[in-house]
Design a protein around this ligand. Structure first.
Ligand code: PEP
Ligand code: MN
Length: 337
């Protein structure tokens, strides 16, 4: 249920409403916007239906949230959420680019990659220290050693660190080094993991599951927000279809659709969507044109030597050109990179 307060409500009106909801074992989520204060009453719809909230002083209107996801919905919070990572905003007018290798390899290679992406004006470095690999015999990532390399590069370059968390047992470790915690496609419905990252005070990039519908994707974001972490960034990274020329199929319509349904920032990972470097630039431009708030791109100085996802990794010069081209598209949609 959404309770819209009158513009001139008194603070005690709000206190009374929150108290009433809590007495009924419901959660009150207060959102104070520029013009309006909205209280989201979260809990069992049947209990909610019994409380005549419209008769409380200070209340203007009451209406149900019809969608199964509540905190993530635009109905609940009409204005865009902007996630601030040490002064760099995701979800504001600037489109943020997060770039780097699929996996953290050696300290030297990571430094080379970081130095190669800085001239493009990016502020975020990606790299997996825990890698979800299809084969148990494939490189699984360096774990803490990889996280240390990422932190070392942050120290040198100022780049913020984005890295994947696969297991709740590693949450303290990953949070020690990451500026943004990434939940990968295979874990989008790992509800225990989602609940855990809901309790941390770090932004989370939640990637869409391989076969997840938009509704399922948003329900997973709801899991994180329901615990109190509001810094959720959604990432469309391609879904599985019958097409085999590309690794996945980028659902470009997901971008404007998600922007309609939710207030959360939406970014696109063109690399895992297509799985081949030659298509990444075109798809990135399409994502920017469609309204993406950011791009998550795999870059490697020597893709032929990459320990994972070499074929989809851009060489630095191609990456720089991609960013240039995306800048022009961004301008056309009144954004900037
Ligand atoms: C990644 O970004 O490193 C990754 C493994 O992506 P996904 O979870 O989308 O496959
Ligand atoms: Mn990868």
């Amino acid at each position: 249920m959404i309770i819209v307060m009158r513009p001139n409500y008194e603070e005690e009106d709000l206190v009374r409403i929150v108290q009433r909801l809590e007495d009924m074992n419901l959660r009150a989520h207060i959102s104070k916007g520029e013009h309006r204060t909205i209280v989201g009453a979260i809990g069992d719809e049947r209990i909610l239906a019994e409380i005549p909230m419209e008769s409380f002083p200070g209340v203007e209107r009451v209406f149900p949230i019809l969608k199964p996801y509540k905190l993530v919905s635009r109905e609940f919070k009409p204005e865009n959420t902007v996630v601030n990572v040490d002064g760099f905003e995701i979800g504001g007018p600037q489109i943020q680019i997060i770039a780097g290798p699929c996996a953290v390899e050696s300290r030297e290679v990571l430094e080379e990659i970081a130095e190669a992406i800085v001239p493009a004006g990016v502020h975020f470095l990606r790299g997996g220290a825990f890698k979800p690999r299809t084969s148990p015999y494939a490189f699984q990532g360096w774990g803490e050693k990889g996280l240390k390399y990422l932190a070392g590069v942050r120290e040198k370059t100022g780049l913020k660190v984005v890295t994947e968390l696969m297991d709740p047992r590693d949450i303290v470790l990953v949070c020690k080094y990451a500026d943004i915690v990434q939940i990968g496609t295979r874990n989008m419905q790992n509800f225990r993991l989602l609940t855990e990252v809901g309790n941390i005070d770090k932004p989370v990039i939640l990637k869409r599951g391989l076969c997840a519908t938009i509704k399922e994707f948003l329900m997973s974001a709801e899991y994180i927000m329901a615990q109190g972490n509001e810094k959720v960034i959604l990432c469309e990274r391609g879904i599985r279809t019958f097409e085999s020329e590309t690794r996945n199929t980028l659902d470009i319509s997901a971008v404007p659709l998600l922007k309609q349904l939710t207030h959360l920032p939406v970014i696109v990972d063109p690399s895992h969507a297509v799985g081949r470097a030659d298509l990444v630039t075109a798809v990135s431009k399409a994502a920017v044109a469609a309204g993406a708030d950011g791009l998550l791109v795999e870059v490697h100085v020597r893709p032929e030597e990459a320990m994972s996802d070499g074929p989809q990794s851009l060489r630095p010069e191609v990456f720089l050109s991609m960013v240039q081209q995306c800048r022009r598209v961004a301008e056309a949609v009144d954004r900037f990179i």
